[in-house]
Design a protein around this ligand. Structure first.
Ligand code: TXA
Ligand code: MG
Length: 338
């Protein structure tokens, strides 16, 4: 398959690819997505094939506005509209009860569906022109870190999709926050661009699913099926070092071997001369760390490092999402520097 490179102005061609049942790389404010017409089961099936994604991992539907919720969902609680009012368009996915019109292949047979209204202007233009809900997971091969640039997505998807629209680097850099509104109290299934603090401010009590902060045991079933898979992982094993930034940097310097790589905050780059290195941004600039974390993880696959050591922000604000992605990349192999 030849993958067509499209520009933001090529909205009509992009929408046409979706409408005729093709696969389209779409920029969103979080990460690039691999989109297909969410009402066309064959097209949605091709998403799973292109990603090598397990069939039991459901997809989320992207819609142009909250008005579309009623087309695909039932028993929609008032809290969904309150969240939409406050955070849509934006990096928030709500899990709601689905209607039968949503194909089983989208929801992996679940009676719920994840709904998201993205903010990226190019994505919004494509959704409006296509006039269909777009099923889209992140545009990576299953298990790899999510792409935050068109070039990153093409590394995984060139020749496997019909087109990709280059909307520039993603402004948020980690995937959307997922909140399950079918349970009381609402449950955070995946931290992302909308913070837990913001959700609690809007909803009151919000429970954090255990899969966010620890490895799930063999018999445990996480609420977001995707959270059970090895994820975001580079080829080399990752060790996350928590603690105050200066102490964590010194810990890594003391424990690393020749041939190890490091992901560090900008201030400490000088400690690791001679090692393959990716900078996450200043230790105080967590939004910048969110924008860089996936590209940092992906970069090491082109190096021969035997291990990757990673500094990690505190689990507050969007730092909860950055820490979650790093911890998952490490298989929750975490040490604490005192
Ligand atoms: O920011 C994002 O959400 C990006 C962009 C492209 O919109 N999309 C994305 O999709 O991250 P994906 O498929 O990579 O991650 C969606 C996660 C998976 O872990 C999946 O298991 C979970 O959402 N999920 C989807 N539908 C669900 C449902 N009905 N109940 C619980 N979890 C669900
Ligand atoms: Mg994904």
């Amino acid at each position: 398959m030849h993958t067509q490179r499209l520009q933001p102005r090529d909205t009509a061609e992009a929408a046409e690819i979706l409408r005729r049942g093709g696969l389209l790389g779409i920029p969103t404010e979080t990460v690039y997505g691999l989109g297909a017409n969410g009402l066309n089961p064959d097209a949605v099936g091709h998403i799973f094939a292109a990603k090598g994604r397990p069939q039991d991992n459901p997809l989320i539907l992207h819609i142009p506005s909250a008005d579309w919720l009623e087309r695909y969902c039932v028993d929609i609680p008032d809290t969904a509209y309150a969240l939409a009012e406050r955070f849509w368009p934006g990096p928030l996915t709500m899990v709601l009860r689905r209607k039968r019109v949503v194909p089983d292949v989208v929801t992996a047979g679940l009676d719920t569906v994840g709904m998201r209204c993205p903010a990226h202007p190019v994505c919004r233009a494509i959704l409006a022109a296509a006039d269909v809900p777009v099923a889209a997971p992140s545009g990576n091969t299953s298990g790899r870190p999510s792409p935050t640039t068109a070039a990153g997505m093409l590394e995984d998807m060139d020749g496997k999709i019909d087109g990709i629209v280059d909307g520039g680097p993603c402004a948020v850099g980690v995937e959307s926050t997922i909140v399950d509104l079918t349970v009381m109290p609402p449950r955070l299934l995946r931290p992302g661009g909308v913070t837990l603090e913001q959700l609690r401010d809007a909803l009151g009590e919000v429970v954090v699913d255990p899969a966010v902060t620890r490895l799930m045991g063999a018999g445990e079933q996480p609420r977001a099926p995707g959270m059970k898979y090895r994820h975001y992982a580079p080829k080399a094993p990752v060790t996350v070092v928590q603690g105050a930034p200066a102490a964590a940097a010194r810990y890594i310097q003391a424990h690393m071997a020749p041939g190890d790589g490091v992901i560090c905050f900008d201030e400490y780059a000088g400690l690791f001369a001679g090692h393959p290195l990716e900078q996450l941004g200043p230790s105080t600039d967590v939004p910048e760390q969110a924008r860089r974390v996936f590209e940092a993880l992906r970069w090491f696959d082109g190096t021969g490092v035997s291990r990757i050591w990673a500094q990690c922000p505190a689990a507050a604000g969007i730092g909860l999402a950055v820490a979650n992605r790093l911890n998952k990349a490490a298989g929750f192999h975490i040490v604490r520097a005192e």
